[in-house]
Design a protein around this ligand. Structure first.
Ligand SMILES: Cc1cc2nc3c(=O)[nH]c(=O)nc-3n(C[C@H](O)[C@H](O)[C@H](O)COP(=O)(O)O)c2cc1C
Length: 152
């Protein structure tokens, strides 16, 4: 019974935290749009968002995967350019769907952009991708940034 109570308490806390965060994010995006409407010169060039299915680029593939959330709400508030990122290299169908949703969406690629200098070509042709070496992320020097091969 105590265990069940604890689980319920944690679930409630999580859902309150999520609702609060959703409201905060919507408020923040709303403020940016309001500022842009008041004076178009103040419109930011773009808003860059990372889909919540990637809680952090520091996690491995499929680790701590979060599949419930989406940043779709941003589009109903912010009327400018949006750059979306988050696992698109391995989800081409999702990438095409999101980029074709409207004419103000751009896609960004992080981890696989680093390990594939010819990423655009590979995605267009459906070629396999080089795996990335996570140990070289956020390290100084060229290793892991400029030494991945093109497809051959
Ligand atoms: C080594 C590395 C450095 C990054 N640096 C930044 C950064 O400076 N600013 C930023 O907004 N995102 C940064 N990111 C996050 C990526 O831009 C991207 O949003 C994230 O990796 C999710 O996209 P992905 O699934 O294609 O990797 C970085 C990611 C990696 C792997």
């Amino acid at each position: 019974m105590l265990q069940r109570h604890k689980v319920l308490k944690n679930t409630c806390a999580l859902s309150i935290k999520k609702t609060l965060m959703d409201k905060l994010h919507a408020h923040f995006i709303g403020e940016l749009e309001k500022r842009a409407k008041e004076n178009p010169e103040n419109r930011l060039a773009y808003v860059h968002i990372v889909e919540p299915r990637v809680p952090s680029p520091a996690f491995g593939e499929g680790e701590h995967e979060y599949l419930e959330g989406t940043n779709d709400f941003v589009f109903s508030i912010w009327k400018g350019i949006v750059i979306r990122a988050g696992d698109y290299a391995l989800n081409n169908t999702e990438a095409l769907k999101d980029v074709n949703e409207n004419d103000r969406t751009l896609l960004a690629y992080g981890r696989f952009f680093i390990s594939n200098p010819d990423l655009v070509d590979r995605l267009e042709k459906g070629l396999p991708l080089n795996a990335y070496d996570r140990d070289t992320f956020y390290t100084p020097g060229g290793k892991g940034y400029i030494d991945y091969p093109n497809y051959s």
